[in-house]
Design a protein around this ligand. Structure first.
Ligand SMILES: *Cc1c(COP(=O)(O)O)cnc(C)c1O
Length: 398
């Protein structure tokens, strides 16, 4: 880094904790150390905090309090939803519909289910990363037990038509799961209006602590025509009504609830502010740097996501050079950025392999300022220019 300045533009990978959340977590680490299942008063106090947190998080998505199940992460919530429904309903049907652009926390469990004899439909997406509702309708069979489609994509930010998908799931009486880890706290979500049966979220993507997540399970997992539609995947003590046994992380969950409260209070103003910053970056880069393009939908995308493709160079090199200037960005998914395989999401929206290697994800956040963007837009063009000068790909084209 050149100076003490460090600009964090990788909020889709994880966010720094909001100081107000840190304060809340710290307070509960100190004071609320009881086991929420214990009978004594310090345990009961933890139980009260847990109840209040559950209420806050439930009301933010118009859910019932008892339908929120805390987990250790978004990944765990996805795994409980997927294996829990598959295992409960395998006699009923073995067909599951998902998309070709899911996060690895969803994609890899489904690949595992395929090995176990489940039939998976990975719906294609268009150039913007959106599924076609007709494809979804056509994929449904009488063996379909689950539709699992992410709310918003973590790499390109595109927001799927969740309400319409929910309506289709309802019409065919099929369980609908959405991985809302990227969308939760950034866009309005109503599980009833959108007919969502299962929803995964994670605190660390919305300025809360890492290692805290939740799964919303409609009506605690009982649905008309289905009876009980989900079973646990772990067995132990009775915490979280047996869905996720293990002593509950009350301080972390209190922080999660605080983060949700803040996100909810500030969403309207904050998303407008971020959309302005987002669109400023997109417009400036497309107008001032040649041979580049935007990945994902221009408007139907998360307020904080920018994904740019630069021809003839590799995203990894841009990320490393920006880091030398004190700017944190990413090539796409944090989970795949260390592998040499191009992103499955970018391939799914139709990019060629070499194009998929040339992408840069810039994800802004609550603490991103205009000055940060000025600095980023000042540092980016010379990096692109230098990398292109030494690029063998560029020479081949010329
Ligand atoms: C980050 C992320 C996850 C995983 O959440 P963790 O809490 O890190 O396990 C799952 N899905 C999406 C879309 C994500 O962005």
């Amino acid at each position: 880094m050149n100076d003490s300045r460090y600009i964090y533009l990788d909020n889709a990978a994880t966010t720094p904790m909001d100081p107000r959340v840190i304060e809340e977590v710290y307070k509960h680490f100190k004071e609320t150390y009881g086991n929420s299942s214990s009978l004594h008063s310090i345990g009961q106090k933890a139980g009260q905090i847990l109840l209040k947190s559950r209420e806050i998080i439930a009301s933010s998505i118009n859910a019932n309090r008892d339908d929120i199940f805390f987990t250790s992460s978004g990944t765990e919530a996805d795994n409980i939803a997927i294996f829990g429904v598959a295992s409960k309903n395998k006699e009923r049907g073995n067909h599951i519909i998902t998309t070709s652009i899911e996060h690895h926390a969803v994609e890899n469990p489904y690949k595992e289910l395929e090995k176990k004899g489940f039939e998976l439909t990975f719906l294609p997406v268009d150039n913007y990363g959106l599924i076609d509702l007709k494809d979804l309708e056509n994929a449904i069979t009488d063996k379909t037990i689950l539709i699992s489609i992410m709310f918003a994509n973590n790499e390109i930010g595109s927001i799927e038509p969740i309400k319409e998908i929910g309506a289709i799931a309802k019409k065919h009486n099929i369980i609908f799961h959405t991985d809302a880890v990227q969308a939760f706290g950034k866009v309005p979500i109503d599980v009833n209006e959108m007919n969502i049966d299962l929803l995964s979220a994670s605190a660390h993507k919305l300025y809360g602590p890492k290692g805290v997540g939740m799964l919303y399970i409609r009506n605690k997992g009982v649905k008309e025509g289905w009876g009980k539609f989900i079973v646990p995947i772990m067995y132990g003590g009775g915490h979280e009504r047996d869905m996720r046994p293990s002593t509950v992380n009350v301080p972390g969950i209190a922080g999660f609830a605080k983060a949700v409260e803040l996100a909810r209070e500030e969403m309207e103003v904050e998303s407008q502010r971020q959309i302005k910053l987002r669109d400023r970056i997109i417009k400036w880069v497309l107008e001032n740097i040649e041979d580049c393009y935007l990945n994902g939908h221009p408007t139907q995308r998360l307020p904080n996501n920018i994904n740019l493709g630069f021809k003839y160079i590799e995203g990894e090199s841009i990320v490393l050079d920006l880091d030398m200037e004190g700017i944190a960005t990413s090539t796409g998914s944090a989970c795949s950025s260390k592998s040499l395989e191009p992103s499955h999401v970018l391939l799914a929206i139709g990019l060629k392999r070499e194009e998929a290697h040339g992408s840069l994800r810039v994800s802004i956040g609550r603490f991103t300022t205009e000055e940060d963007i000025d600095y980023f837009l000042e540092k980016l063009p010379p990096i692109i220019e230098r990398l292109r000068k030494i690029s063998p790909l560029k020479k081949r084209v010329k």
